[in-house]
Every structure is written in C-alpha cells, then in structure tokens.
Write a protein that binds this ligand. Structure first.
Ligand code: HEM
Length: 231
C-alpha cells in the first residue's frame, strides 16, 4: 500500500499523527490552566476523563497515535541511514541552513518519549489506572483520590527534582514540535516559498504559547502550590 510502502506515504503518516498529537497537547495545556484557577473545576474535568468507557477509548486512540508516530520515526530513520550507506560520515561539515532540531529529531523524540513515560507514571498510573486497580485511590502516599488531579500536580511539583526534569522535557518537546510543525505542512504539500517562512513563524509562536502554558503550571505549583494570585 502506497501509504505504508513509499517514503512519502510514511512521511504523511508521521505528519498526520504529529498534527493530531499537537492538537491533543493544545487541549491538555488549556485543560491544565484550569488547575491554576480552581482545583475543584480541574478535578471535575479529571473525573469526567477518568474511568469511563469513552475516556479509556480516547486513551487507546492516543496511545495508537504515539506508537504509530514512534514506529514510523524509527522506520524512516533507518531508511535514511541505509540510503546514505557507508558514506554517512563522509561529509563532516554541516550545511549551514539545516537547523539543529531537524538534525536531531530522533534524539529529541527519544527524550520526549522517556519524559512521557515518567509523566504517565506520575499521573496516568496514579489516576486512570488507580481508578480501576486501587479502589479509586492513587498509589502515592497521602490518600489522594484517583480523580484528584490538582492534588497530584501539587504532590509532583513539590519535589524539585520533578520540576527540573519536566522543564528539560518541555524544552525537548519545544524543539521537537517547532521543527515538526512546519515539516508536517511541507510534507502535506501546503507549502511554497512564501508559506515556508510563514508556517515556521506560525509554528514557533503556537508551540511557544502551548509550552509556556505547561511551564506556567509546573512553576506555579512548584513555587506557590497552585494559584499564585490566591497565595
Ligand atoms: C505541567 C505539565 C503537565 C501536567 C500538570 C499534566 C497533568 C496531567 C494529568 C493530571 C493527567 C491525568 C488526566 C486524567 O487522567 O484525567 C495527564 C495525563 C496525560 N498527559 Fe499530562 N500533564 C502535563 C504535561 C504533559 C505533556 C507535555 C504531555 C505530552 C508530551 C502530556 C501527556 C499526557 C498524556 C498522554 C496523558 C494520558 C492521557 C490519557 O489518559 O488519555 N502531559 N497529564
């Protein structure tokens, strides 16, 4: 099949899954901002996204997107290396116009995935999984209900090591996504000389805003235990 067998088809899969993941992150960042204003409202959202069949179905869909994106990244990386063959290191000087992020997309992606595993341990395991497997209580010490997302965010970011690890993770995601954004539009053909620069500017602004929302939540819970204005 063209989509899975050709190089361009595989890139289309990477682009479409990447755009879907950016949309998920946009939703997730907006949802997290609610935690800065009201723990009850945030926990009500977490409750709705908890142990319901539609939330579990959405999680399975999301996991499928991440797996597809990751598997095709490996396939394309191996394919590129094979195409370059033994001459892979023949040219050592780097072309000036190629961005650092574009040359390191795979390594950045790996950091993103490792961070994601830590994040799923901190939240998904203590929330959705605990809802089913631990009688509605998080596994961490402190008797947190499994839908107490705000409580678990506070618990996580009270530990400075997590704040530092998450900020490193956010920086890797920023580099990965700013490159992925315009690259996806280029693959899908929604690009020309004029729009190349525009997509780059739009992508950088968009991704920066989304990532700053995550940073704001992490720092507010680290330094003020949540809503700094109410402290
Ligand atoms: C300050 C930053 C973040 C906070 C406070 C946060 C918080 C949370 C919470 C509370 C949940 C559980 C929601 C629920 O099950 O109801 C969750 C799940 C999740 N988060 Fe985050 N998150 C952050 C950043 C991120 C980032 C940057 C990513 C992706 C790169 C991400 C990916 C996910 C995924 C995939 C899930 C599982 C969703 C599901 O079960 O369907 N999160 N996060």
């Amino acid at each position: 099949m063209w989509l899975t067998n050709s190089s361009i088809g595989r890139k289309v899969i990477m682009s479409v899954t990447g755009i879907a993941l950016i949309l998920f992150l946009t939703f997730h960042a907006c949802m997290n901002l609610v935690a800065l204003f009201s723990a009850d409202a945030y926990n009500a959202i977490c409750g709705a996204l908890g142990a319901n069949w539609y939330a579990v179905a959405a999680t399975v869909g999301l996991a499928a997107l991440v797996v597809l994106h990751f598997v095709y990244a490996i396939i394309l990386t191996l394919q590129n290396r094979k195409a370059r063959g033994a001459n892979r290191y023949a040219v050592t000087s780097k072309p000036e116009k190629v961005e650092w992020a574009s040359q390191n997309m795979f390594v950045l992606g790996l950091i993103v995935v490792i961070g994601l595993l830590l994040h799923l341990y901190n939240f998904w395991y203590n929330m959705m999984f605990a809802e089913f497997a631990n009688g509605g209580y998080a596994f961490v010490a402190g008797d947190y209900a499994a839908h107490d997302g705000a409580g678990l965010i506070a618990f996580t970011f009270q530990q400075p090591v997590y704040t530092v690890l998450y900020i490193i993770w956010f920086v890797a995601i920023w580099f990965h996504m700013t490159h992925g954004f315009w690259s996806a539009f280029q693959t899908l053909g929604l690009n020309n000389k004029v729009w190349f620069c525009r997509w780059k500017a739009i992508g950088t602004a968009y991704v920066t805003i989304v990532m700053l929302m995550f940073v704001a939540v992490a720092l507010a819970f680290s330094f003020c235990g949540g809503a700094c204005s109410a402290a």
